[in-house]
Design a protein around this ligand. Structure first.
Ligand code: CA
Length: 219
């Protein structure tokens, strides 16, 4: 899962970045509204964490133009304590949820999981498909009830696919889930992680669609 973090405060931003990366999210961090707008126009994200008070361009303005482009990416707004007006304005401008600063990291992570779940059209907190279960909250995976240990990057490749069985993901789409902007991409990285996943989950669990990418078959 790839997240855009929009936060101009260096200390808060670094703390959030650490917490999100610990949860194995790929995170791009931008520190002003203009860069946020550019990132949102050029990259695809599974969720946006948006501070409202930003240099160059106000967070609400970034959010309004995002929604004016009919983007449905989930947006979690971060506002200052007691700024009720900001929270209302954020929700009215198209935010899906908000957290009040200073927020509890565990609560933030739970809200992120809930929003990603809802945006994928799921109510249940655990992915389960053809004998494989993934629990994003506990980071536990199992095959037919037996725990398996997945690396952070195997998890990053598997999670978007198990969320949408039957949908073909291109290598480029899966690479996007793996890395933030500053990370290096080795050209065969996705193949390596798919290979590792097949060993752990079953050789035909992820299928190659020649010339297109990878799919977890619906049946
Ligand atoms: Ca700010």
């Amino acid at each position: 899962m790839r997240l855009l973090l929009v936060e101009d405060d260096a200390m808060i931003g670094e703390a959030m970045l650490d917490a999100l990366r610990d949860e194995h999210y790929a995170v791009d961090w931008v520190r002003d509204g203009a860069m946020a707008d550019t990132a949102l126009r050029n990259e695809s994200y599974d969720l946006v964490l948006l501070d409202l008070g930003l240099p160059k361009r106000d967070g609400l303005d970034v959010l309004r133009s995002l929604r004016a482009r009919h983007s449905s990416v989930p947006v979690l707004v971060a506002t200052a304590r007691d700024a009720v007006g900001d929270r209302i304005a954020g929700l009215d401008a198209g935010a899906d949820d908000y957290v009040v600063k200073p927020f509890d990291t565990e609560e933030l992570l739970a809200r992120i999981r809930a929003l990603i779940r809802r945006s994928a059209g799921r109510a249940e907190p655990v992915f389960s498909h053809k004998g494989v279960t993934l629990n994003p909250a506990t980071r536990e995976a199992a095959v037919n009830g037996e725990p398996v240990s997945l690396s952070a990057r195997e998890w990053a490749v598997l999670e978007p696919m198990i969320a949408r069985p039957g949908v073909v993901f291109s290598r480029a789409q899966l690479e996007e889930k793996l890395y933030g902007w500053k990370d290096e991409i080795s050209s065969n990285a996705v193949e390596v992680y798919v290979h590792g996943l097949r060993k752990k989950l079953g050789s035909d669990w992820i299928q190659t669609v020649r010339g297109l990418g990878y799919v977890i078959p619906r049946e």
